[in-house]
Ligand binder design. Structure first.
Ligand code: KIV
Ligand code: ZN
Length: 410
């Protein structure tokens, strides 16, 4: 999608990780302070620019976790969430004030749906409350982020007015949330462009975005936003978060990296750590990573059909747009199944040290197909049995490599 306004001066996109705040809002994902600190260390090694460590007023445990992260982690900015109210803001400030770099993040609704049906208030009062809260937060902290909640469904003029007022009050970052995951990529991109065109003082604030995945568009919307001038993306490891989750950090980062030539944008992420962090977050939250998850799913670099296997064995470029090593996923895998081809079967036998005559290979292949139709996981031991029963081995079988599912390294 083409940007509708010219790009901002910088091509650096900042990664704001909210795994420990929005991600932890996933049903059943709650983390202990120790687990949060362990994940924060890994996020810092990954190279995220901002860690949103929690919502300190929500519980003493969360306050403790945010404070420990603020005191221990160096490198990323540490922030935490407040509603636009002094007790929340005070709690965030107490929790983050010892960080090397700190920010207060504040949220207050902007859509009429939320103002009328959630806050039971009106636009004027909500705007006044937001401005007062930002001014108060700025009296404590040099860096204040304002999130007009449900911006994706808000009246445009009122959104512009709100952004202008909170920037005047001292907000240094304005974060545009598609809280309900409602917008389409072209709409969300145009929203960011229109903010850049219509908010008088927008050059005094960084534009951030925060997209939810209710319609599966959170990553696409985030990318549309950066193409239209947003320079910070809020995201979570494995895309976890409230309801259907948030934009997935690994997807956003790998889109910018893989398509760098056409997008011209960069992050500071060490992508080789993505798989490790994904596994850590999955382990601590108890939320498994779906096998077909882009970038870090178990099948993201596995090839199962004969046509694809043949292509990958000839040249990985045929079916891989990223290298698994780039994201810390080890090597590509060739998975033997009834849909596999002779090329992959022969390759795996060769890897195990078996070089069969043409006649033996033909018989082994028939046996393999019959077995693969019956059995889901073909183990190295199964291949060994097949080879033994075909006789006339051209080489002596080596000791078996192990009992893992047949997977090969192409
Ligand atoms: O989804 C949302 O609107 C939020 C805000 C706090 C940014 O999580
Ligand atoms: Zn959210």
């Amino acid at each position: 999608m083409e940007p509708t306004v010219g790009p901002p001066a910088s091509d650096r996109v900042f990664i704001f990780d909210t795994t420990l705040r929005d991600g932890e809002q996933s049903p059943g994902a709650s983390l202990t302070p120790d687990q949060k600190v362990a994940i924060a260390w890994q996020l810092a090694r990954l190279g995220v620019d901002v860690i949103e460590a929690g919502f300190p007023l929500s519980s003493p445990g969360d306050f403790e976790a945010v404070q420990r992260i603020a005191r221990q982690i160096r490198g990323p900015m540490i922030t935490a969430l407040a509603r636009a109210a002094r007790p929340d803001i005070d709690a965030v400030w107490q929790a983050v004030q010892d960080a090397e770099r700190k920010q207060i993040h504040m949220v207050l609704s902007v859509s009429d749906i939320h103002i009328e049906r959630k806050l039971r208030s009106n636009r004027r009062d909500v705007l006044r409350r937001g401005v007062e809260a930002v001014a108060y937060a700025r009296s404590l902290c040099d860096d204040v982020e304002y999130s007009p909640e449900d911006a994706g469904r808000a009246d445009l003029e009122y959104l512009f007015e709100t952004l202008e007022a909170v920037i005047d009050a001292g907000a240094t970052v304005v974060n545009i949330p598609d809280t309900t995951g409602y917008t389409l990529p072209n709409e969300f991109g145009a929203l960011i462009a229109s903010i850049r065109e219509n908010v008088r003082n927008i050059d005094r604030a960084l534009i951030s975005v925060h997209c939810h995945n209710d319609l599966g568009l959170s990553t696409a919307n985030s990318v549309a936003a950066v193409l239209n001038g947003a320079r910070r993306v809020e995201c979570t490891v494995n895309g976890i978060g409230e309801r259907a989750g948030n934009a997935s950090l690994e997807e956003v980062v790998m889109i910018l990296r893989t398509r760098e030539k056409s997008l011209g944008l960069l992050t500071g992420i060490d992508t080789t750590r993505l798989a490790e962090v994904s596994a850590l977050v999955s382990r601590h939250t108890g939320i498994p990573v779906q096998p077909n998850k882009a970038v870090v799913g178990g099948n993201a670099f596995a090839h199962a059909s004969g046509i694809h296997q043949d292509g990958v064995l000839k040249d990985k470029l045929n079916y891989e747009i990223m290298r698994p090593e780039e994201v810390g996923m080890g090597e590509s895998r060739i998975v033997l199944s009834p849909r596999s081809g002779r090329h992959a079967f022969q390759f795996r036998l060769g890897e195990l040290g078996y070089h069969l005559s043409e006649a033996d290979f033909g018989r082994a292949w028939e046996q393999f197909l019959a077995l693969a139709d019956r059995k889901k996981d073909i183990l190295d031991r199964d291949l060994e049995d097949i080879v033994r029963s075909t006789h006339n081995l051209a080489s002596t079988p080596p000791p078996l490599a192990g009992e893992g599912r047949v997977g090969v390294v192409a």
